[in-house]
Design a protein around this ligand. Structure first.
Ligand code: MGP
Length: 307
């Protein structure tokens, strides 16, 4: 077996750690990427809102300004607010659930970089479970992004996402739609119109923070939609899919989704050396020519041990 497994000196910024599946098997690869060049001062920018009049958020939208306003169960996420949105102080809006569901900003940037670098032309991305917009915003900010369609079933979260896209100055690149994403998967239509999508990004609900009570997370336990349903329905639109999943997700289950000749890459997104979750990349998004597999069966067994 020739197994590529190299660690570089760990960067202070978030990094990627990836496992890769090929044709139903999985290989392991570690990739450390520092984003410090592009976004070095991102988490240090804690500017107060300026230049924009603050809008009054509607019921269901949290707009905490001090820890005293935060319910106890959300306090740990409040402590991470600048990791979630570096512009938090510029009037970012959240729903209660989004405090634990939104992708940390540095991870969302890394995901946008990875997904969009799979294409050589400006790309149309669907963020199929857009929430309050953390991922949609970072896709829209990327120069290779032509347009983002952001679908979200919770109307309050859609209001937050629209508002947050304004805070980040990218609202003009995102079409926000309040609908059931499975309706789109079955119709291919948004607001009654056929839409061309190059890739679909999905950060679905995991069933709340209790996902972490499982040593190895069975992807069929995603609530309310099991992974197989999301994968099968999204595949009707494109095979270029990305899923942000629990860090303990069962890679063997993921490997089962690899079509002959397809490479699935699963990337851990870590802050402070701790994985926040992993993203699996399918179709052309999973392609990575920087390594080689001789014996994927052995690699698969080792991946099981890794988990
Ligand atoms: P976490 O595990 O609840 O927090 O969420 P933390 O602080 O990393 O864990 P702890 O072990 O230190 O307590 C980690 C990250 O997972 C969040 O920032 C979200 O990006 C993501 N995440 C968590 N949940 C519960 C969900 C979810 O239901 N859906 C999605 N899409 N992402 C989630």
């Amino acid at each position: 077996m020739k197994r590529v497994r190299e660690w570089e000196e760990a960067p202070a910024e978030p990094f990627e750690h990836s496992y890769t599946g090929i044709g139903g098997h999985a290989e392991s690869q570690d990739v450390l990427t520092s984003y410090s060049d592009q976004h070095s001062d991102r988490n240090r920018k804690r500017r107060k809102g300026k230049g924009r009049a603050r809008q009054q958020p509607q019921d269901g939208i949290t707009n905490y300004h001090s820890v005293d306003e935060v319910p106890p169960r959300l306090k740990k996420y409040w402590d991470q607010r600048y990791e979630l949105f570096s512009k938090y102080d510029e009037d970012v809006w959240m729903t209660e659930n989004s405090w634990f569901e939104v992708t940390p900003e540095s991870a969302a940037i890394a995901m946008a970089n990875r997904l969009l670098s799979s294409f050589s032309e400006p790309t149309v991305v669907l963020d199929a479970f857009a929430g309050v917009g953390g991922n949609s915003i970072q896709f829209a900010m990327h120069p290779m992004c032509k347009h983002v369609y952001a679908i979200e079933i919770d109307p309050i979260a859609v209001e937050c996402a629209k508002h947050n896209a304004q805070v980040y100055g990218v609202a003009h690149k995102i079409t926000f739609t309040n609908m059931d994403t499975f309706e789109f998967f079955n119709s291919g239509k948004i607001n009654g119109e056929d839409v061309h999508i190059d890739a679909i990004f999905m950060s679905p609900p995991w069933g709340g923070p209790q996902y972490s009570s499982h040593d190895v997370f069975d992807l069929e336990r995603l609530k309310p939609y099991p992974f197989s349903k999301i994968y099968n329905e999204a595949s009707k639109i494109t095979s270029n899919l990305a899923f942000f999943l629990p860090r303990t997700s069962d890679l063997n289950q993921l490997a089962d989704y690899a079509m002959p000749g397809e490479r699935i890459t699963a990337v851990h997104y870590c802050l402070g050396y701790r994985s926040k979750g992993l993203c699996s990349y399918h179709g052309i998004l999973g392609t990575d020519h920087s390594y080689h597999v001789d014996d994927p069966d052995i690699a698969l067994r080792e991946d099981r041990q890794t988990l």
